[in-house]
Ligand binder design. Sequence first.
Ligand code: ATP
Ligand code: MG
Length: 424
Amino acid sequence: MAKNIQAIRGMNDYLPKDTALWQRIEGTLKKVLDGYGYSEIRLPIVEQTPLFKRAIGEVTDVVEKEMYTFDDRNGDSLTLRPEGTAGCVRAGIEHGLLYNQEQRLWYIGPMFRYERPQKGRYRQFHQLGAEVFGLHGPDIDAELILLTARWWKALGIAEHVKLELNSIGSLEARANYRNALVGFLEQHVDVLDEDCKRRMYRNPLRVLDSKNPEVQALLNDAPRLSEYLDEASRAHFTGLCELLAQAGIPYTINECLVRGLDYYNRTVFEWVTTSLGAQGTVCAGGRYDSLVEQLGGRAVPAVGFAMGLERLVLLVQALNPDFTAPPTIDVYLISSGAGAQSAAMQLAERVRDALPQLKLMTNYGGGNFKKQITRADKWGACVALILGENEVAAQQVVVKDLRSGEQETLAQSETAARLAQMLS
Ligand code: ATP
Ligand code: MG
């Protein structure tokens, strides 16, 4: 017998029992985005490799060890997107979406990173992200945070996610801070692990988000980024903090929050939870005012975030079990006997014409009535329509309320009206 071919490690199948909940969650998220006037953008899953190297930065986990990169048949180096911002900026420049205008965009789809698969961390995962171009605000930064906070409320998990904020200032402020930090780290090389030592010169800020507890302890005595912030970034950050306070959004300032991708400046934020084990960041983002220019466009202010949908679904499942997908169907149509097959199909189509919102499934493949009722239950139907030979001959149908067990016989022409009544 041939050997089974299996899915690639870390790349999941999403089965019908799960996709219903995914759809409901995605529907909730999209409704909130609509409510803020954000528009969807759909982007390719593959881009030219240099796009990600330039945008994300050479000395980052993503570019150094997580990208799925391969040569196209013509020798071009391509990469499965590890995140959505770079492609979004590329598209914005390419289609002239960014200059002398505002854009509030969102995208959803799979991302690819070669990481060690575990709960909440996969090699193909899904993000919903938002990107806003053309606004300097702290007001727009605050809007993005308010939008995400509204998501948590709509999904019933607001109690379990906390907002962490920081400002990483301008490029120049970071350059000054970088010198001070390297000076400090050089005096404590003995405490640094290999990763940190390698990063110390190439990307020293990344040492700040080291997960190594000894390094974290050392950093308590390190120079603080906040002391090096430029005036404009400081004012921007104060503005954001005030807006959030006025909007009643609690936050904590985490001075070690620098984010894993190089393109950020000023505001960075994360929504974190303690309910998912080690994979605690659900949603993360910040400002990236120099990225458009870095990718060849004209300078345009920008801010955005990305949310990991697998982590969000895990959270909703764990913390709000009442948030469930609706049953697959409302009504199951059962039939048996001569002429019933064709009559059932016709009745089903007539009901669908009259009630386009109704979810009606027709039994095929026969079986006695009892078996067919079991199938109706399996799909979550609350009403069964039953056609036997007698009903077909008399142009009637039996309508059975599967909750109460009551049933009645009606003219087929009255079916839709009766169902509308029962399901309203
Ligand atoms: P982490 O610190 O968990 O590795 P990150 O900083 O690499 O996260 P981002 O690049 O900011 O993550 O991506 C935004 C969000 O996407 C994360 O907060 C997380 O919810 C989700 N995410 C990132 N990588 C993965 C992955 N491998 N599997 C599942 N979700 C992920
Ligand atoms: Mg990561």
